[in-house]
Design a protein around this ligand. Structure first.
Ligand code: TTP
Ligand code: MG
Ligand code: MG
Length: 437
């Protein structure tokens, strides 16, 4: 086991705090950010004042209005939050190149080798908080621990404006009374099943044998066994190494036919999957790009705890993301699928089921046939499936309970979109492997 010192930084009520910062009359008020034009969808962020009313992320805005009628409701301004995110990133990168962003407002830092240069991890953590306060006028919570799993729990432990250090050796004490749902990857279903066995805290979880957990939850049970003991050997993967692989296509004629849309997603997913497997990579974040007839361009992405590389898994996430996109009665002009947060799956195979490994082999065979005989030699049945499914089907069907953990959404016309608009409607099908900037 490698000895590391990891810092996890997570901004407090990120979108809402930025809005409060930029409009001082909102300071101390319940601020709720969500939807476009403040009318559609769900809560993205709730200020801590709003949380006292029971409002939280992912809650329908309608419900938030009912709970907190005096709340100030604001639309999502993704460009602004992305700009702050870049500023945060630049602060973090001044302490180590080993910065792994998890989302716009949080990142892991491996500071093991930085300590000689900057002083101990606590000093670095304090300095990061100070700089966020002074330079960004915002607050961040910081967790410091010997691994990523514990550092993330630590940063969440005393929010907002938290600073929590878990010393090596202090893992068990720290985890004993922690509710199981706080463990990264334990979703509602798993927490309920654990509850059925009388297991509400990580301390109780740690009393279970590896065998017992394996019987209950398969391979994921073993993962839980390790986490309950505070064991996590996942390295911080620096942003510079991260790339994304994407495929997009512009239709000759705008379309709204569900079968054709799904077939297109299947084809794009197949290609992204094939590229991932070619490069020996798995992806933790699957995203889509949708451009409507009027050039409105939307991006959606979902971060998964179990990385994926199979065409079916990519398609499943992409299609589910797409079904939640408001088309407003418009036809679709362009679709794209992007896999990011790429990793080499070494040492992580334990996360995949035996079925997953079998599918993997099948997938490589298909890739070989496609290489030999061309793309259309094999089309998977899932791309052709008629798609009158129930729109309410849960997102994570077919994925493990470890899967969807966070979803980011961004809307608005991109600069590239505007350029293409100027050039006219040209059919293109492009593949990209690019460093993430
Ligand atoms: P979080 O860090 O999960 O939440 P937060 O920063 O709002 O609050 P906390 O103090 O608890 O960290 O997410 C960061 C931002 O990501 C959040 O401000 C808005 C966005 N987001 C969504 O759009 N939808 C979601 O469901 C969640 C959880 C976050
Ligand atoms: Mg946050
Ligand atoms: Mg966060």
């Amino acid at each position: 086991m490698t000895t590391r010192t990891i810092i996890h930084v997570d901004m407090d009520a990120f979108y809402a705090s930025i809005e409060q910062r930029d409009n001082p009359s909102l300071a101390g008020k319940p601020v709720i950010v969500g939807g476009v034009g403040g009318q559609r969808g769900v809560v993205s962020a709730a200020s801590y004042e709003a949380r006292r009313y029971g409002v939280h992320s992912a809650m329908p805005l309608k419900k938030a209005r009912a709970l907190c009628p005096e709340g100030v409701f604001l639309p999502v301004d993704m460009e602004k939050y992305e700009a702050v995110s870049r500023q945060l990133r630049s602060i973090l990168c001044s302490y180590t190149p080993l910065v792994e962003p998890l989302s716009l407002d949080e990142a892991f830092l491996d500071v093991t080798a930085s300590i000689a240069l900057f002083g101990d991890a606590e000093k670095i953590g304090r300095e990061i908080k100070d700089r966020v306060r002074n330079e960004l006028n915002l607050t961040a919570s910081v967790g410091i621990a010997p691994n990523k799993f514990l550092a993330k729990i630590a940063s969440d432990y005393r929010k907002p404006d938290g600073f929590v250090v878990i010393q090596p050796g202090g893992e068990a004490d720290f985890l004993r009374d922690l509710p199981v749902y706080k463990v990264y990857g334990v979703g509602k279903v798993m927490a309920r099943r654990l509850g059925d066995h009388g297991i509400e805290t990580v301390g109780r979880l740690a009393e279970m044998s590896r065998e017992h957990l394996r019987r209950l939850f398969g391979k994921q049970g073993e993962h839980l066994y390790e986490l309950s003991r505070g064991i996590d050997d996942n390295p911080v993967i620096a942003e510079a190494e991260a790339k994304s692989i994407s495929q997009e296509t512009t239709f000759d004629v705008d379309i709204d036919n569900n079968d054709e849309l799904r077939r297109t997603f299947a084809r794009l997913s197949d290609r992204v999957g094939a590229r991932l497997r070619e490069e020996g990579l798995v992806s933790k974040t699957v995203g889509i790009k949708v451009r409507l007839a009027d050039f409105t361009t939307m991006h959606r992405e979902r971060t998964l705890l179990d990385p994926v590389s199979s065409d079916d898994q990519i398609l499943s996430v992409a299609w589910n993301l797409f079904r939640a996109v408001p088309l407003g009665g418009q036809k679709v002009r362009l679709l794209g699928v992007v896999a990011s947060s790429l990793e080499h799956p070494s040492g992580q195979l334990h996360l995949f089921s035996e079925q997953g490994e079998k599918n993997c082999k099948a997938m490589r065979t298909i890739d070989n046939i496609r290489r030999k005989f061309g793309d259309t030699a094999i089309e998977r049945a899932s791309g052709l499936r008629p798609t009158g499914e129930n729109r309410d089907r849960p997102y994570d069907k077919g994925l493990s309970p470890f899967s969807p953990t966070h979803e980011k959404e961004a809307e608005g016309e991109t600069a590239k979109g505007r350029r293409r608009k100027a050039k006219g409607n040209k059919r293109d099908e492009t593949a990209k492997t690019k460093p993430r900037s």
